[in-house]
Design a protein around this ligand. Structure first.
Ligand SMILES: O=C(O)c1ccc[n+]([C@@H]2O[C@H](COP(=O)([O-])O)[C@@H](O)[C@H]2O)c1
Ligand SMILES: Cc1cc2nc[nH]c2cc1C
Length: 338
């Protein structure tokens, strides 16, 4: 069974997270100490190699089989005028992904990632979450399972991304509900709304938080009430990846917001995740801080669709190449420090 057919199944999975393999981590650390470089001189690249060793359970981790998945969903909250673009752009961009013309197509080609595009019920937007729960229990479980089904045990790594007009409002609401700060702390321009647009987003989120204030603050109910299908799918993929020991590269604000409610229930859920980048959406830096994640890149990107995580894949490949291919001091007859 790959999916989450009941709330209990999801909650048990989240409560029972496997850990990385300490033996493989120790072996990778020992190898790093023998490679022909001063100890620690490859900085974060060394940590990435040890992280991948732990999750792949091998001294020399690799990225032969790697997938990027872009989940897409539509949001009823777009009726409140929260995006700079019309909701129809979600389906139009999915067509663009499918015909190979979007940024993520170019970036996954460059990064050696196999791209899967997963539109979820685009002709059936979620409910406007400022008026009702975004999804029914079954809709949310179905989205979680669609996400989980995208993760295979043979993957060396997975990149997660999303497309959904209006989803920066859902993401800010998820963060506000998860971490309990004011909506304003999490709300930004998204695709590019002006100052009045940001104020409108904040007011919509405040109304939603008040409306759903008495709902239990569990990961599932938070995702269901103020999330979206593509967001729940990313959460399901993150959880399934953990069950299978597949490292995850996270993308921008919306992708990381999918993790927020899970991290409140079990902070260890972030352990198999690397933040690919910090996006220009103002809430992302705050969110990464709350999640305890240090992004690999900060390039002023704010596109979504997995783009920042795809670019970060090059850093991961560099880290694993150095780790696997460098000679040791003994092999290269180089004197170690005295
Ligand atoms: O990844 C990010 O940090 C990011 C920041 C701003 C916007 N986006 C993308 O823009 C869309 C959401 O913006 P909006 O204004 O429609 O809520 C959605 O398709 C996201 O992929 C993504
Ligand atoms: C054109 C466009 C492309 C996107 N890719 C991810 N989110 C997006 C939002 C828009 C508006």
């Amino acid at each position: 069974m790959t999916g989450f057919s009941t709330i209990t199944a999801f909650e048990h999975a989240l409560a029972d997270l496997p850990a990385a393999d300490p033996k493989a981590q120790a072996a990778a650390r020992a190898r790093q100490a023998e490679l022909t470089k001063p100890a620690g001189s490859l900085g974060r690249l060394e940590e990435i190699a040890v992280f991948f060793a732990g999750w792949q359970k091998r001294e020399r981790p690799r990225i032969d089989t790697a997938r990027a998945v872009v989940f897409a969903g539509n949001h009823g909250v777009t009726a409140q005028g929260v995006s700079a673009f019309p909701a129809s752009v979600t389906a139009q961009m999915v067509s663009n992904f499918e015909s190979g013309g979007a940024a993520i197509n170019a970036l996954t080609r460059a990064a050696g990632l196999d791209l899967h595009v997963v539109p979820i019920d685009l002709d059936r937007p979620t409910q406007d979450f400022s008026l009702a729960p975004a999804m029914s229990v079954d809709e949310c479980l179905s989205a979680l399972s669609i996400g989980a089904a995208q993760v295979d045990a043979n993957l060396d790594m997975i990149v997660l991304g999303e497309m959904g007009i209006g989803n920066s409002t859902a993401a800010a609401a998820l963060c506000a509900r998860s971490f309990g700060e004011a909506a304003a702390a999490w709300t930004g321009p998204g695709t590019g709304v002006d100052g009045a647009g940001v104020q409108r987003k904040i007011a919509v989120i405040d109304r939603a938080l008040a409306l759903h204030g008495k709902v239990p603050r569990s990961a599932f109910e938070t995702l269901r009430h103020v999330g979206g299908r593509e967001i729940a799918a990313m959460a399901g993929a993150m959880l399934r990846a953990r069950q299978l020991g597949v490292p995850v590269i996270l993308d921008g604000f919306i992708c990381c917001a999918a993790l927020a409610p899970l991290a409140v229930d079990n902070p260890a859920i972030t352990d198999h995740c690397i933040a690919g980048h910090c996006s220009a959406e103002p809430g992302h830096a705050r969110l990464l801080d709350r999640l305890g994640l240090d992004p690999l890149l900060s390039l002023g990107m704010r596109l979504g669709e997995g783009s920042g995580a795809a670019v970060a894949t090059h850093i991961v490949r560099s880290a694993l190449a150095a780790h696997a291919e460098m000679a040791t001091f003994a092999e290269a007859f180089v004197s170690d420090r005295q």
